[in-house]
Design a protein around this ligand. Structure first.
Ligand SMILES: [Zn+2]
Length: 129
């Protein structure tokens, strides 16, 4: 068995692995501070393979949206999450800002809010518990 030859695919896989995390941190600035594990956690996947599949899926959706709404391209950054009344939810691109809001709401109104990741992966939302 040729050892050198058999190691090649592994090395290539490792390069791709780091590239995907790198790309995610660069494209999604709100994830730039997260570790590889935290990124997997954020996307609710268990492995790099699942993460890759998920990203491919998101890319396909975004591509479709761009084709369908060429003129609305600017709004691609926004998510489409609505609250129980059908209003658009406030999006926190900065996790720290959202956490500050939780504290503020608790102190001033005594309302307990919970943080959760936007399903469209735009940032974070708060919901009442
Ligand atoms: Zn959202």
């Amino acid at each position: 068995m040729n050892l050198k030859k058999s190691l090649k695919p592994i090395r290539k896989q490792l390069q791709n692995k780091n590239r995907l995390y790198h790309t995610i941190r660069r494209v999604y600035t709100h994830l730039s501070e997260l570790s590889n594990e935290e990124i997997l956690d954020y996307y609710n996947v268990n492995s790099l393979k699942e993460l890759d599949e998920h990203i491919q899926h998101i890319k396909a959706i975004l591509k479709k949206q761009i084709q369908n709404h060429e003129e609305e391209r600017e709004e691609l950054d926004a998510c489409f999450c609505v609250d129980s009344r059908g209003d658009f939810k406030y999006l926190y691109e900065d996790k720290k800002e959202a956490l500050k809001q939780i504290e503020y709401s608790m102190q001033t109104k005594g309302v307990k809010l919970t943080l959760y990741a936007c399903p469209f992966h735009c940032g974070w939302h708060l919901s009442k518990t």
